[in-house]
Design a protein around this ligand. Structure first.
Ligand SMILES: [Zn+2]
Length: 159
């Protein structure tokens, strides 16, 4: 019989996976390998976005599904302290919306990467899509194309 609770097991697994497979790290490593240079947790922007790729005028916001309420299978509902969690989540979600609005107002393209898009089978496709978006958007800038609204890409596209 299994003596470890599911919560405990998931904590243990997260320790085993370690730092290098953190969602932000996966994204950073891949785009760096693809030749992109970027700033990390840039204080010049509200919310200190995870990755800022100035040459593609793009912010990449990697969001944990549980903390930011993606609504996928990973964003489970805890069994206790529900009121506390609801309060915490609504703050996170409101802050995400505020940050996004101010980045976009300044003309920054945005890629929102939900943690679940970086798991298992979806990971490779997600990383490819990020690189493809950066290529396309940097290409636009280079060609002098002007856009009325910045790009916004959400991965995964559907839950
Ligand atoms: Zn998710």
């Amino acid at each position: 019989m299994d003596s470890v609770t599911p919560e405990r097991r998931s904590w243990i697994m997260s320790r085993i996976r370690g730092r290098d497979t953190k969602p932000e790290t996966l994204v950073r490593k891949r785009i760096f390998a693809a030749g992109w240079r970027f700033r990390v947790c840039d204080r010049r922007f509200p919310g200190r976005p995870d990755v800022v790729v100035a040459s593609a005028r793009t912010i990449i916001d990697v969001r944990g599904c549980f903390w930011h309420r993606h609504g996928c299978a990973t964003s489970t509902m805890p069994k206790s302290n529900v009121a506390f969690w609801m309060e915490k989540w609504s703050k996170n979600v409101r802050r995400d919306m505020r940050n996004e609005e101010s980045w976009r107002k300044e003309g920054w393209n945005l890629i929102i990467v939900w943690e679940c898009a970086l798991g298992g089978q979806m990971r490779e496709r997600t990383l490819q899509r990020i690189c493809a978006a950066l290529d396309a958007w940097a290409g636009e800038i280079a060609s002098g194309a002007r856009r009325r609204h910045p790009h916004r890409l959400v991965l995964p596209r559907t839950i």
